[in-house]
Design a protein around this ligand. Structure first.
Ligand code: HOZ
Length: 431
């Protein structure tokens, strides 16, 4: 049994002062039982908790840690910047450099505005789309998560799916009614909404690889067909690449799918692990933002020099070292190992993977959308999570969050994870 006394004490202290003891719901472990371990430090592919236990980490801060934790080039750049100030409330050369890197890597990003989180980015994208089209409605996909802005907390993934509250309290019905929901991968409902109310839909927002209901890649050609359909009805397409941007390639998944969304959102990797988000896209749309245009958006810490420095350093490494083939190989090795562990144990399940993002779903042979994901055996996932933790493997504490493989994971880390999965599935079998 893991010794977690110090974490348990921290949980008690946290619980007295912080709602649910955490500052973001999924990390409270309600979906897997018990109270969370509290992290003391992290290095490379490994995290260390308050009790001194070490784990191979597949959370990776839910995406930013593509180079592993505290990679030297990012630490060096941040250390230098620390001596020059943390936040000025004034423009910097660094912001120009990050904007240049993003727009150079992503042709659809003609202009970019930096914000503080993915939530801010999608919220801003929706506001721009409404202003540009003069239409109120949006279409999103069941199980896709675009942060916690009111308009997007409808049939949402991530924590909303984990806790079975896809529609949040506190979001007014009038506002929620402006959000239509379609099944991920299906164009029929989208077409139905767009053609039945031709002048109502401002935008369709989509995760080009869904990664908040577990990992669910779209059917072939879905993104292209969605782009064509959306434009045929005068609506905009917003690709939410907060997780997928720079994760599967140096650029976006939508670009790879051959489309140029009107707007796209970024986050996670472009901040190298520090808080950031970005909305990017067509210049005439971005120019609607204040002070250039009438759409208001602002933030004291937006484009702060620490996040931007970490982002530039991370993108520099990704650009120079092109680690995507290595990430693909590591994640494929893990995928195959998890599949063989399932097979050996006789447990029903499947592994969805897109590049270095993957999810083992229990109780199902395939998962292609939110409805199917919700049918996964979350009780079995919880048992698996706990058995893996005992064996030194830290998985995301929900069936509906992706596992993230980083450049810092070694073949040995992957093989240890596969061995732990075999043992864990055997141990679950006997309970
Ligand atoms: N919504 C985040 C993952 N999709 C979870 C963030 C967290 O709990 O840290």
């Amino acid at each position: 049994m893991l010794s977690v006394n110090k974490s348990n004490n921290l949980f008690i202290r946290a619980n007295a002062l912080i709602p649910g003891a955490v500052n973001s719901p999924v990390r409270a472990w309600k979906a897997v039982g018990g109270s969370p371990i509290f992290i003391e430090r992290a290095q490379g592919a490994h995290i260390y908790d308050a009790d001194g236990n070490s784990f191979v980490d597949y959370v990776g801060s839910y995406g930013p840690a593509i180079l592993g934790h505290s990679p030297l080039p990012v630490v060096t750049a941040l250390t230098r910047q620390l001596e020059h100030g943390f936040s000025y409330g004034a423009p910097t050369r660094l912001e120009v450099e990050l904007a240049e890197k993003i727009t150079a890597a992503i042709p659809a990003a003609e202009k970019v505005r930096l914000v503080n989180s993915g939530t801010e980015a999608t919220m801003t994208a929706i506001r721009i789309a409404r202003a540009a089209t003069g239409r109120p409605g949006i279409i999103k996909f069941d199980g896709c998560y675009h942060g916690h802005a009111d308009a997007l907390l409808v049939r949402a993934g991530s924590g909303s799916m984990t806790f079975g509250v896809p529609d949040s309290a506190g979001v007014s019905e009038a506002l929620a009614a402006q959000t239509r929901v379609a099944q991920y991968g299906s164009l029929e409902a989208v077409e139905g909404y767009l053609s039945s109310k031709p002048a109502e839909i401002a935008a369709v927002i989509v995760e080009p690889i869904a990664a908040n209901m577990g990992v669910v890649p779209p059917p072939p050609d879905f993104l292209h067909a969605l782009y064509v359909l959306t434009h045929a009805h005068g609506a905009l397409l917003i690709c939410d690449e907060v997780i997928s941007g720079f994760r599967l390639r140096y650029g976006t998944v939508s670009e790879q799918a051959g489309i140029r969304p009107d707007l796209l959102t970024l986050g996670k990797i472009i901040g190298g692990g520090l808080p950031i988000g970005a909305v990017a896209g067509k210049a005439e749309l971005l120019d609607l933002l204040a002070p250039q245009g009438p759409v208001y958006q602002a933030g004291t810490l937006s484009g702060n020099p620490l996040s931007v420095t970490a982002g530039i350093a991370t993108l520099n490494v990704l650009e120079a070292t092109a680690p995507y083939a290595r990430l693909e190989a590591l994640a494929a090795r893990l995928e195959n190992g998890l599949k063989s562990a399932l097979q050996t144990s006789g447990r029903r399940g499947c592994v969805n993977r897109a590049g270095s993002l993957l999810t083992l779903f229990f109780g199902l042979d395939r998962v292609g959308n939110g409805e199917e994901a919700r049918r996964a055996d979350t009780t079995m996932f919880a048992k698996f999570f706990r058995a893996m933790l005992e064996r030194g493997i830290y998985l995301p504490p929900s069936q509906f969050e992706a596992m993230f493989v980083s450049v810092a994971h070694s073949d040995e880390d992957i093989d240890a994870t596969i061995a732990a999965a075999h043992e864990s599935l055997q141990s679950i079998g006997s309970t």
